[in-house]
Design a protein around this ligand. Structure first.
Ligand code: AMP
Ligand code: MG
Length: 417
């Protein structure tokens, strides 16, 4: 379990900016201990426990980048084309029978090792082969179409850092280096609860004034993408004592507790009270829209994050508060979220002093530029606003509005988890 004491979150009742919150999470949450050694085939998405040092160079031997004819550099035709006798034939996976001889060409194929002495390959498209001879053009640079040993990776080089989340291309690198297993951090165990007397699970009977639980399934899906082991702990009724008991129990078996709903300032928002009963709570009113309130605390040494109940607010605060916490606990650096500039096709008024996220769709304008259109309705409970859009325009604290034609930073949903 991550060990954490309550006083490290002693931020009183102040409203935190996202940047301060994320900085604090990074500084104060300790990496969860424990790892496992797993087969390469199941390594995608896992976090490296140790850096990977290349045990061999890539490519491991100098080879031809094309199908063609290999020559010694000193024999390259300079002013006009020249003909050469073809003396050998090297396929990928085979070795040349003999070193390249002066004034001779060797037929060679992509990936085949360069014969000793040869350093340049002519593409077969540029060659005319006839009866054991080949005519090659002048002007080719010495060393052309050859992949030198180690040009991709040098032996002994660190190719991946500890804390890196493996992607398919990283797994390919490990395989190319001949590794069969990899040491990764163990998956974080995250407990997820929904809260509210009005919430029922899909499949249960729903009274007319009740809602099916959207958040728990959304959070479980997002946690799954972050490689967490999720404990689905169902729905907590609006009852502070029962909530306190369940949270305390969950804290003993998880690295993080995540809830949604019940953290506003209404009388029926009991999660705050419950956390205070069994742990320490610092009510993080964050300067984020949609989002606040987001609660953070510690129960028995286990961090607790209470996301807002409205699904859109829950989604956005997951991405900007829960995810950084999960990355900190996994010892993984925060990815540089690539906010790409797109042209706004909407106007928007904003209060300074808080960060706002606008749900937008992208389209190609007539001049070919990517343009963001704003979802027409703004409610923080409106799931269609997430389903029907492509991502978020991030408006920083000092921004006071957006005018059509202005460049705005866009984050695709796929970059958020
Ligand atoms: P709360 O933060 O508990 O006051 O909830 C804010 C709004 O979000 C209310 O309209 C709730 O009904 C709604 N809500 C809370 N939890 C969920 C959930 N798990 N799924 C869908 N809507 C929810
Ligand atoms: Mg509620």
């Amino acid at each position: 379990m991550a060990q954490l004491s309550g006083d490290c979150f002693a931020f009183g009742g102040s409203v935190l900016s996202i940047d301060d919150a994320v900085k604090l999470l990074g500084e104060r949450l300790d990496i969860v201990e424990g790892g496992e050694t797993i087969a390469l085939a199941s390594a995608d998405g896992r976090i490296l426990a140790r850096p990977i040092t290349a045990p061999l160079a890539l490519p491991p031997f100098t080879n031809s980048a094309v199908d063609g004819y290999a020559l010694r550099g000193e024999d390259l035709p300079v002013d006009r084309e020249a003909s050469f006798a073809v003396t050998d034939w090297v396929q990928a996976g085979a070795a040349a029978a003999a070193p390249a001889a002066a004034g001779k060409a060797i037929r060679i194929f992509t990936g085949a090792p360069m014969p000793e002495g040869a350093d340049t390959v002519f593409m077969q498209e540029d060659a005319r082969a006839e009866g054991g001879k080949v005519t090659l053009p002048s002007g080719l640079r010495r060393g052309a179409n050859v992949r030198p040993v180690g040009e991709d990776v040098a032996a002994g080089q660190v190719v991946l850092d500890a804390g890196h989340r493996l992607r398919p291309q990283d797994v390919a690198m490990l395989a190319a280096l001949g590794l069969t297993e990899v040491r990764v951090r163990r998956r974080l165990r995250v407990a997820v609860f929904s809260t509210g007397n009005e919430i029922v699970s899909p499949g249960e009977s729903r009274a007319p004034m009740q809602l099916f639980d959207a958040n728990r399934f959304m959070l479980i899906a997002m946690l799954g993408r972050l490689g967490c082991d999720v404990g689905d702990l169902g729905i907590l009724r609006d009852d502070p004592d029962a909530t306190a008991a369940v949270l305390e129990h969950a804290s003993a078996h998880h690295d993080l507790i995540l809830t949604s709903g019940g953290v506003s300032t209404g009388e029926a928002d009991y999660v705050k009270q419950a956390v205070e009963k069994v742990g320490t709570l610092v009510f993080w009113r964050m300067a984020i829209k949609p989002g606040r309130p987001v609660a953070m605390g510690v129960i028995g040494g286990t961090p607790f994050i209470g996301l807002p109940g409205n699904p859109v607010a829950s989604f956005i605060t997951f991405a900007y508060v829960a995810r950084p916490a999960i990355l900190a606990l996994s010892g993984s650096p925060l990815p540089r979220l690539p906010a790409l500039p797109v042209r706004a096709a909407f106007s928007y008024k904003k209060k300074p002093g808080r960060r706002e996220y606008v749900r937008v769709s992208l389209r190609k304008a007539e001049d070919g530029t990517l343009e963001a259109t704003k979802f027409p309705r703004e409610g923080a409970g409106m799931l269609s606003s997430l389903v029907e859009t492509d991502g978020l325009v991030e408006l920083h604290e000092q921004v006071t509005g957006v005018a059509p034609g202005q460049n705005v930073p866009f984050l695709s949903y796929t970059s958020l988890f």
